[in-house]
Design a binder for this molecule. Structure first.
Ligand code: HEM
Length: 117
């Protein structure tokens, strides 16, 4: 079971790489107000949702305690991220503030994941 959990943590991290990496490649464009939500960001956000839900299930099946408040906060932030990226996925340009919000919330979720023990 431990190996399976670690495999899903690795997939979860690949999801972060895709979401945050997609954001970072658009930083210069964000400054010019011409950034767009790339497919990598949408697929990364979806990967986070699926692997996160699987991780909750695997940890519970393994009788490990899951911090429901922490997971709830992470889920709530991801729902906002995913909603924005999904709704605006075909927009050629996304406003600076909205684009920055997605990168900011992703970063906040990373700190919540590692600092909230
Ligand atoms: C942008 C959104 C998210 C980010 C950046 C993120 C980040 C992370 C990171 C860095 C870890 C590894 C932390 C560690 O093992 O110490 C982790 C673990 C985990 N994540 Fe996420 N996560 C996100 C969304 C979610 C969602 C939506 C769920 C659940 C529905 C979730 C559930 C979990 C679980 C269960 C673990 C393993 C146990 C734990 O360390 O809390 N994550 N996440």
């Amino acid at each position: 079971m431990d190996v399976l959990i670690h495999v899903f943590v690795a997939l979860h991290i690949i999801g972060i790489a895709s979401l945050l990496g997609g954001f970072l490649t658009q930083l210069r464009a964000m400054g010019d107000g011409t950034a767009r939500f790339t497919p990598a960001m949408l697929h990364g956000a979806l990967t986070m949702l699926v692997t996160g839900a699987v991780l909750v299930g695997l940890n519970q099946a393994d009788d490990q305690t899951v911090n429901n408040i922490k997971i709830g906060v992470k889920l709530a932030l991801l729902v906002v991220i995913l909603g924005l990226v999904y709704v605006k996925r075909d927009d050629e340009k996304v406003e600076k503030g909205l684009f920055a919000l997605v990168g900011g919330l992703t970063t906040v979720n990373i700190f919540i994941a590692v600092l909230w023990t």
